[in-house]
Each structure stands twice: as structure tokens, then as C-alpha cells.
Design a protein around this ligand. Structure first.
Ligand SMILES: C[S@@+](CC[C@H](N)C(=O)[O-])C[C@H]1O[C@@H](n2cnc3c(N)ncnc32)[C@H](O)[C@@H]1O
Length: 262
């Protein structure tokens, strides 16, 4: 990874360490929360026999869910050492140490043996990586032949408005998303087949409503300064209004994609 990419990854990881991100998004840092994770895991054929890799696992909520509810054995990796430590502690508290492990790693240089996982999930993170092709090639290499990949992410039908290119747009993963065909193309050329893409726009209205509600709470209760939840998002109400309008006009949506490693 060159120095410019290094700073992009570490800047992005630091963003997701901010207490306000967990406050706004909850423990699952993606639209649809654990409900969508269950849907993605089922579509990716996660079972009690699965060895699963969660790429960019955040603070490990998906790993814990897959271990506790699907019986899978899960490895989570993330660029943020702070989130990896949070994931380890939460897993310990939940009594899931025997089914989960976490390590700090860059998604573009996965430190795992070839053909060692049955399933790889990547939720709301693929479009944050510097080079999507490189990341998918790396995931392809660590999956067993016939293994499954499951992705959830924003998709775009139009260029994002300028206001969504800022900090909140990045936290919401919308700024660098691809079109549906763009995801299909990149999966296909990195060696995946039987690609299935489903639009799950139901996740977005809920997410926007939740963030708006919590931003309002933050502002009215004036707790930000005392809790470490303070961060400059510009004018968050305006950014959210733009996002809502952009989605309503068909400019963006959310999808899950599953595919098989050839
Ligand atoms: C939107 S959060 C999603 C976290 C988790 N997948 C979830 O859905 O709860 C994005 C995550 O990607 C991680 N990340 C960003 N760039 C990365 C990279 N190059 N390698 C590994 N993780 C990265 C961030 O640290 C953050 O935890």
C-alpha cells in the first residue's frame, strides 16, 4: 500500500472510532442493522460449519451475531486497532471467545492463508477501500473454491450532491459508492460468479430517521461537549435532507450482493 492509501485507510478508520458514530448508527455501522446482517448471512449460506471472515468488521457486532445465532466460527479484521480491541472485549463479555477472533488488518492486504474461509462478508465497507478490485482479489484468494462472498453497500444512479462528499457522507458510506452494474462488473472481473444483487432500500428511511432523531437529541440536550460526542459535521440537518432527497429522487439506494468464488 502506498503512503497516500495508508493515510486514507487510517483516516477512515479513525472516523469510525469516534464515539459519535456508535451513538448515531448503533453497534452495527450499516443501514439495516442486525436485521440486514441476518438476511445477508442467510443469502451467503452461513451455517454452523462455516469459517467466516468479516472484512472491516468494525467493533464486531456481526461476528458476534454469526457466532451466537448461526453457530459459525468467525474472524473479524479491521484497520482500526481501537475497534478491534472493542470487538475483543465485547466478544469476551458475550462468552464468544471460542467462536470469534479479531485482528487488525488492512482489507487490501489480508494476512490469511489462501483458501481458508467458506464465507467472506463485507458490510458497508467495500466502497471505502482505496482499490475495490484489489480488495476483492484478496478476498477471492482467501475463500475456498465455491466459497461465498456477501456484500452490503450503497449504490448510486447519479453523482452524489456536493454536500454528501463531506464527513457525514463518508460516515454514511455514500460518497464513494458504485452503480448496481458497477458492483456486478467488479465482482465478475475479480473471479466471482452466480452474482445476485437485491435492492434493500427499506433500510435507508429507517437509518435516516434514526440519525435525525439522535442528532436532534444531541442538539437539544446539549450533551455533546461533555460526552466526547462532539464533531463538526457541518450542517447535519441539511446533509440529511439532501440525502433523503437524493434517495427519494432515485439517485442512491442500498443493496446486498452475493456471489460464489469460481
Ligand atoms: C461503515 S463501517 C462498517 C463496519 C462493519 N462492517 C459494520 O457494518 O458494522 C466501515 C469500517 O471499515 C473500516 N475500514 C476502512 N478502511 C479499511 C481498510 N482499508 N481495511 C480494513 N478496514 C477498513 C473502518 O475502520 C470501519 O470499521
Amino acid at each position: 500500500m502506498n503512503p497516500a492509501n495508508q493515510s486514507l485507510a487510517s483516516c477512515c478508520a479513525e472516523l469510525y472510532e469516534l464515539p459519535i458514530v456508535e451513538y448515531l448508527l448503533g453497534q452495527s455501522f450499516h443501514p439495516g442493522g442486525t436485521k440486514l446482517t441476518r438476511q445477508l448471512a442467510t443469502a451467503s449460506l452461513v451455517s454452523p460449519n462455516s469459517r467466516v471472515l468479516d472484512v472491516a468488521c468494525g467493533s464486531g457486532s456481526t461476528a458476534r451475531l454469526l457466532a451466537a445465532n448461526f453457530g459459525a466460527t468467525v474472524t473479524g479484521c479491521d484497520y482500526s486497532s481501537v475497534n478491534i480491541e472493542r470487538a475483543r472485549q465485547a466478544s469476551h463479555t458475550a462468552g464468544l471467545n471460542h467462536k470469534t477472533q479479531f485482528l487488525r488488518a488492512d482489507a487490501e492486504q489480508l494476512p490469511f492463508a489462501a483458501e481458508s474461509f467458506d464465507v467472506a462478508l463485507c458490510e458497508c465497507s467495500l466502497c471505502l477501500f482505496e482499490d475495490m478490485d484489489t480488495s476483492l482479489q484478496g478476498i477471492h484468494a482467501v475463500l475456498k473454491p465455491g466459497g461465498r462472498i456477501g456484500i452490503s453497500d450503497f449504490f448510486l444512479n447519479a453523482p452524489v450532491p456536493d454536500s454528501l462528499d463531506g464527513l457525514l457522507g463518508r460516515v454514511l458510506c455514500v460518497a464513494a459508492a458504485r452503480s448496481v452494474d458497477g458492483y456486478r462488473d467488479v465482482l465478475s472481473r475479480t473471479g466471482f460468479e452466480y452474482i445476485r444483487i437485491r435492492k434493500v432500500n427499506w433500510t435507508l428511511a429507517d437509518m435516516i430517521q434514526r440519525i435525525r432523531h439522535r442528532l436532534t437529541l444531541l442538539a437539544t440536550a446539549n450533551v455533546a461537549a461533555n460526552t466526547g460526542l462532539s464533531v463538526d459535521f457541518g450542517d447535519p440537518a441539511a446533509v440529511l435532507a439532501d440525502l433523503e432527497q437524493f434517495i427519494a429522487s432515485g439517485g442512491a439506494g442500498y443493496l446486498i450482493a452475493t456471489a460464489r468464488r469460481s
